[in-house]
Ligand binder design. Structure first.
Ligand code: C5P
Length: 307
C-alpha cells in the first residue's frame, strides 16, 4: 500500500519500553562533549504508547498531561517524525499522541522511547519500509539511547551509547522502580560527573563479571555486579537521594541501582512475589513505586488500522 492509498484517518500505535543501565561505565568527555560509555542496557516493562495519525501539520499531545514534556517542535517525537520524512524526501506530517507510562526525566529514557516508537509508527503509517540499519542510524541522530529502544532486550552499548550489540541474558529480573517527585537533567548530571571524576579513563571497561552473570542467569551475581558511574554526581545534585537509598537498602534487595542519570532508583528481585512485598514496604514509606520485569522486547506494533 502506498501512503496515498491510506484512508485519511489511518493511525498506528507502537509501544516502547523504558530502559535501565545494569552497568553504566562513563569515560572522560570527548571533544564533542559526549562521554564514551561502556554500558549494559536492559529494557524493562514500563511503556509509552505512541499513536500517529496523518495530519496537515505536526502536533504532539499527551494523553495524560505532564508539564515537564515540551509539546512544540522541540519534542523528540516530532523531531523523529521530521527526520524520517526528510530522510525519504517527503513533505508529510502527522499528529502524535503519547500515553506515558515511563517516568519523565527519571533516567529511564522515556523521550528516547517516544522517538524510537515514532520512527517505527510513521514508517508503518507511510509504508516506507525503511531498512533496519537506516532506522538505527536515524535513531542515533536523535539521541544516544534511541537505538537501544528499537532493539530492546539486553544489549551492550558503546560509543556514546548509540552502538548497541545484543547480549545473552538468561536472568528473570523483577525491578521495584522507585519514582522521584522531581526529575534530574541528564546534561547536568554528566557535567557534575566531570567535576567528581576528573581522572576518568578515556575508555571505560567492559563489565565482564556482569555479562557472565547475565549469561548464567544468576540474579544474585547480577545484583553484586550492578554499577553506575553517574550515581555519585546524581547524589551530589540531589542529596535527598542518599536518605531514600538508605531506606531501600535496609529492605535488603538483591541489588540497588540508580537508573541512568537518575533520580529513579531500582531494587532488584528474582521473583514477582518478593518484588510485590517490597513494593508495599516502599509505598508505606510514602514513596511512589511500580514493578517492572526485565528484560522485555524493544519497540513493537500494537495496533494498525483506521482510527
Ligand atoms: O544523546 P542525548 O541527546 O540523549 O544526550 C543528552 C545529553 O546527555 C547530551 O547533550 C550530553 O550532555 C549528555 N550525554 C553525554 N554523554 C553521553 C550521552 C549523553 O555527555 N554518552
Amino acid at each position: 500500500m502506498t501512503a496515498a492509498a491510506l484512508p485519511p484517518s489511518a493511525s498506528v500505535t507502537v509501544r516502547a519500553p523504558a530502559k535501565i543501565n545494569l552497568h553504566l561505565g562513563v569515560g572522560a568527555a570527548r571533544e564533542d562533549g559526549y562521554h564514551p560509555l561502556s554500558t549494559v542496557y536492559q529494557a524493562v516493562g514500563l511503556y509509552d504508547d505512541v499513536t500517529v495519525t496523518e495530519a496537515e501539520g505536526w502536533s504532539v499531545e499527551l494523553v495524560r498531561a505532564d508539564d515537564a514534556v515540551p509539546l512544540d517542535g522541540e519534542n523528540i517525537a516530532i523531531r523523529a517524525g521530521r527526520l524520517l520524512a526528510e530522510h525519504h524526501g517527503l513533505d508529510l506530517a502527522a499528529a502524535i499522541s503519547i500515553d506515558k507510562g515511563i517516568p519523565v526525566a527519571g533516567g529511564m529514557a522515556g523521550g528516547s522511547a517516544d522517538a524510537a516508537a515514532t520512527l517505527v509508527a510513521l514508517d508503518r503509517l507511510w509504508d516506507l519500509r525503511t531498512p533496519d540499519d537506516a532506522l538505527l542510524s536515524l535513531a542515533a541522530e536523535l539521541g544516544s539511547d534511541v537505538p537501544f529502544a528499537l532493539v530492546g532486550g539486553t544489549a551492550l552499548g558503546t560509543g556514546r551509547g548509540e552502538i548497541v550489540e545484543p547480549v545473552q541474558d538468561r536472568t528473570e529480573c523483577w525491578w521495584v522502580v522507585v519514582h522521584s517527585d522531581r526529575g534530574l537533567s541528564t546534561p547536568s548530571v554528566y557535567e557534575r560527573f566531570d567535576v567528581v571524576a576528573p581522572d576518568a579513563s578515556v575508555e571505560p571497561e567492559v563489565p565482564v563479571a556482569l555479562l557472565g552473570a547475565l549469561e548464567e542467569g544468576d540474579v544474585a551475581a547480577l545484583g553484586a555486579a550492578l554499577g553506575n558511574d553517574l550515581w555519585a554526581p546524581a547524589r551530589d545534585l540531589r542529596p535527598d537521594l542518599a536518605e531514600v537509598e538508605a531506606d531501600l537498602r535496609s529492605m535488603d534487595p538483591i541489588g540497588l541501582l540508580l537508573s541512568g542519570s537518575g533520580p529513579t532508583l531500582l531494587m532488584l528481585y528474582d521473583n514477582v512475589d518478593a518484588a510485590r512485598r517490597a513494593l508495599v514496604d516502599v509505598v508505606d514509606l510514602g514513596l511512589q513505586a511500580s514493578i517492572a520485569p526485565g528484560p522485555v522486547a524493544g519497540v513493537h506494533l500494537v495496533t494498525y488500522g483506521s482510527a
